[in-house]
Design a protein around this ligand. Structure first.
Ligand SMILES: Nc1ncnc2c1ncn2[C@@H]1O[C@H](COP(=O)(O)OP(=O)(O)OP(=O)(O)O)[C@@H](O)[C@H]1O
Length: 302
């Protein structure tokens, strides 16, 4: 009889700066269509990395290759040095958790129950223990509930633990998805368009939450279309265009790259972060230049 009801420990954390995720030459073909072509991407411990690109660039397909939903046609993906197994539940158990572009919650379950579902890879209540509901089972269940409540507290939903998921406003459903992903105690969190459909206030809150997740030692890879959000948030940004990685670098490098502007946006980045400050500096420089030009005239006037 299996009675082991201990909670499995979280995957050991990587040393800051060491690769958590290492994807090499990842290619995914669907028949004649190459959705992802020879993409390399590394995410180091302590980093938030962004993945951007136009619609259909292959971002979600690439995520699916990282999480075992798809087995890449070519290439390999390592998590903390180990090649990932080609099954999504095994990838979750290894330490990679994700959220989805379209929210996937159990709508008719409570907020707390949704997070408890996310804990199943970290608990190992045996079948008999669960059926008999012995003391070991109750202890493990209590520990899981306590951890789930901690996570709800962390994302700001503890007060709504008993609400049905479907009754939460949209922004809170996204937070709940993140809490559920965190319940598997990941070392890497993949977020697929976490601010889609959010208002600016919710987007700012999401940004704070992702920084807090990073500060807990969880590396983050995030797909987003909101440029202001991604450029403020990420240490590095990779750009996919037609399945290929066009460029990778910090926000300033990516935003000023002619190919990115031409291929991805067709025009300078909308909501360019720092644009207001840049305009202010430009205006101040112009004013200083104008003042410098009039100054000698004043001298001569004397
Ligand atoms: N299961 C599949 N079978 C066939 N083609 C697919 C499949 N999944 C994705 N594709 C195709 O692969 C390409 C990349 O799609 P993907 O969804 O990865 O892009 P994306 O960058 O995530 O786009 P978006 O920003 O719109 O979500 C598209 O041409 C898409 O139609």
């Amino acid at each position: 009889m299996t009675t082991d009801t201990t909670t499995k420990s979280a995957p050991t954390g990587a040393t800051p700066g060491e690769p958590v995720l290492d994807a090499r030459g990842v290619t995914m073909r669907f028949g004649g269509l190459t959705a992802v072509s020879d993409v390399d991407l590394t995410v180091n411990a302590g980093e938030i990395v962004g993945l951007i690109g136009p619609n259909g660039a292959g971002k979600t397909t690439f995520f699916n290759c990282l999480t075992g939903l798809y087995v890449p046609t070519e290439g390999e993906v390592r998590y903390k040095g180990q090649i990932l197994p080609p099954k999504s539940f095994k990838v979750t158990a290894a330490g990679i958790a994700r959220t989805f572009q379209n929210i996937r919650l159990f709508a008719n379950m409570t907020v707390l129950e949704n997070v408890l579902v996310g804990r199943h890879t970290r608990t190992k209540e045996g079948l008999w223990s669960a059926l008999l509901r012995g003391p070991g089972f109750h202890k493990a269940e209590a520990a899981s509930r306590a951890r789930a409540m901690e996570l709800l507290e962390f994302v700001g939903l503890a007060g709504k633990a008993d609400h049905l998921a479907r009754n939460l406003p949209y922004g809170e459903q996204r937070k709940l998805e993140i809490a559920r992903a965190l319940a598997s105690e990941p070392g890497l969190l993949l977020l697929d368009e976490p601010t889609a459909g959010m208002n600016p206030q919710e987007t700012r809150a999401a940004e704070e939450l992702i920084f807090a997740i990073r500060d807990k030692g969880i590396a983050v890879l995030v797909i987003e279309h909101d440029m202001r959000f991604i450029m403020n948030l990420c240490d590095r940004v990779a750009v996919l265009v037609q399945g290929k990685k066009l460029i990778e670098g910090d926000a300033a490098t990516v935003q000023s790259d002619e190919r990115v502007i031409a291929a991805y946006l067709g025009e300078p980045l909308a909501n360019d972060p720092g644009a207001a400050e840049a305009a202010e500096v430009e205006a101040a420089e112009a004013a200083a230049e104008a003042a410098a030009q009039t100054a000698p005239a004043k001298e001569n006037d004397r």
